[in-house]
Design a protein around this ligand. Structure first.
Ligand SMILES: Cc1cc2nc3c(=O)[nH]c(=O)nc-3n(C[C@H](O)[C@H](O)[C@H](O)COP(=O)(O)OP(=O)(O)OC[C@H]3O[C@@H](n4cnc5c(N)ncnc54)[C@H](O)[C@@H]3O)c2cc1C
Length: 257
């Protein structure tokens, strides 16, 4: 990936509209950011326009198998039959797959984000504050701050201490974006799908001829979505898996029942 290295003055010049306290930065020139809500809405409208049928707000509760073949998925008492199935159920994929007889070790990694509308200072580019373990993303007129990784916690409870920690650590780098600006902003919590080695699971599970798994992207699900889509597409087209994708083998930890 192409990158430039900046000293204190350089990183400040890159972000002329904010007061920064950073010794330096690495600028990844091909990096980008987006507003996930707007992105998903646009994706949906493209999918509809392309004639895709989307069933939302239904929970898959079971799978019907015939030998190594998944015949249908069951949701709300209805059976959805298909030639091919791709399971991309985030951290819940492991539970879903138990119904197909497959083990997939996975843990939730809880994180929080706070989105501040019309901040007094707005960075020009998104940044990952490595020492603080925090990401900062401008989204139109809003600024999103995200961080923390609570592994193994399934509850969606927001822990105030964690949220205060995010805001405090961020202020070290952006001193004018004081924590009190975020008073009244409701923190959002989400569960990342985390595999034991931190790598995604992408591929066919041995012994299940028509089921492909795409999950385990932990902190990088959005960033890795295009390459995941390419790998899944190649699997569904029957192409040989790329040698570089072997590390993502969905069967690397599991055994089939
Ligand atoms: C605070 C925070 C900040 C983040 N920031 C970034 C970032 O800057 N960049 C980045 O690349 N990634 C980021 N991530 C990580 C990213 O959000 C995840 O990697 C990504 O969401 C994983 O996508 P997924 O589709 O695999 O799973 P999910 O987004 O979890 O989607 C899984 C879907 O499957 C559905 N589902 C589950 N079980 C069933 C069932 N039985 N029946 C029907 N539907 C079911 C769920 O309802 C859900 O809609 C962040 C995560 C958090 C928590």
């Amino acid at each position: 990936m192409k990158c430039s290295f900046f000293n204190r003055e350089g990183v400040q010049a890159l972000n002329p509209n904010v007061t920064l306290d950073a010794t330096g930065a690495v600028h990844y020139l091909q990096d980008a950011a987006l507003a996930p809500g707007a992105f998903v809405a646009a994706l949906l409208s493209h999918a509809h326009a392309a004639g895709l049928k989307i069933k939302s707000r239904i929970e898959i509760t079971d799978a019907r198998r015939s030998g190594n073949h998944i015949q249908s998925l069951v949701a709300g008492g209805r059976h959805f039959a298909a030639d091919e199935f791709v399971i991309a159920g985030g951290v819940w994929t492991a539970r879903l797959l138990t119904r197909t007889g497959i083990d997939l070790p996975m843990q939730p990694g809880k994180g929080y984000s706070l989105t501040l509308d019309n901040p007094p200072e707005m960075p020009s580019v998104c940044s990952i504050l490595s020492e603080a373990h925090i990401a900062l993303t401008p989204m139109g007129r809003s600024l999103r701050v995200a961080g923390t990784m609570e592994v193994g916690t399934w509850d969606m409870k927001v822990r105030d201490g964690r949220v205060r920690g995010i805001l405090r650590r961020r202020q070290r780098f952006f001193p004018k974006l004081e924590p009190k600006l975020f008073e009244g902003v409701t923190p959002w919590a989400g569960l990342r799908p985390v595999s034991p080695d931190g790598l995604p699971y992408i591929g066919r599970r041995h012994g299940t001829g028509n089921l492909t798994v795409a999950t385990g992207h932990a902190m990088m699900g959005l960033s890795l979505a295009p390459v995941t889509r390419r790998l899944v597409g190649e699997i569904l087209e029957g192409k040989q898996p790329r040698p570089s994708a072997q590390a993502l083998d969905a069967a690397r930890f599991s055994r089939r029942r």
